[in-house]
Design a protein around this ligand. Sequence first.
Ligand SMILES: O=C(O)CCC(=O)C(=O)O
Length: 241
Amino acid sequence: MTSIAMSPPKSLTDEQVAQYHRDGYVVTPALISPAEASEWKQTLIQRLTDEGLLGNIPSGVRVWMCDDLDPYTSTQLHSPSMLKILQQLIGPNVEFLSFKAVFKNNKTDFRSPWHQDWAYWRGSAKLSIWIALDDATPENGCLQVVPGSHRRAVEMQHVEDVKGFVHRLTDEQVADLPVETVPVPRGGAIFFHDLLLHASCPNINGQDRWSVIPTFRDASLRDSSPVWRTALLLSGSSVNI
Ligand SMILES: O=C(O)CCC(=O)C(=O)O
């Protein structure tokens, strides 16, 4: 792990914890500092450059498993703030599974379609953190969510598309639902349940909108998901590894 200057540890209020359980998501406007967000973005750009993938991923999504952590990401994932908030939302046993970079810009300018992450991995409930590495606005592709949609899995279409997101809903299927658009400043984060219906706005102004999305689970629950061979225990004990 690298040594970096961390922001002071943060936690959620009881009201924010209740909001997560009621709505399926909660926003923290400053999980990390803007400087940390910028450094994380540069780290991921360097990784993608080293892998020969920068500018070469039509989906704008790259996933890394937990045994493939770069030092900067590892340090951030072990930050006291992140663990404290995860324990508030998941409980004392927290496992980290994988993380992805999702980048929208003047080339990958399409919206991510409506979906529930659970359709991709199934098994026990997961929690992901959508962390803004740039200011995320309605114009450059911030997230949209349907509050309360995390209470049940919905049937999704299977669509083959080089841009990814093969399990998705059409915009028409979401038309009558109470969509919220969620701008987040650089360093801010959205903690969200894997059944939360979410999408992102199209990038219409061409400005970078990078995010990093780590995924976690309650390590005390046995997970039948076939996606992860291994996990990294961050606190407590695990029935899975
Ligand atoms: O950041 C985005 O555009 C959406 C990403 C997303 O929904 C996902 O990776 O599950």
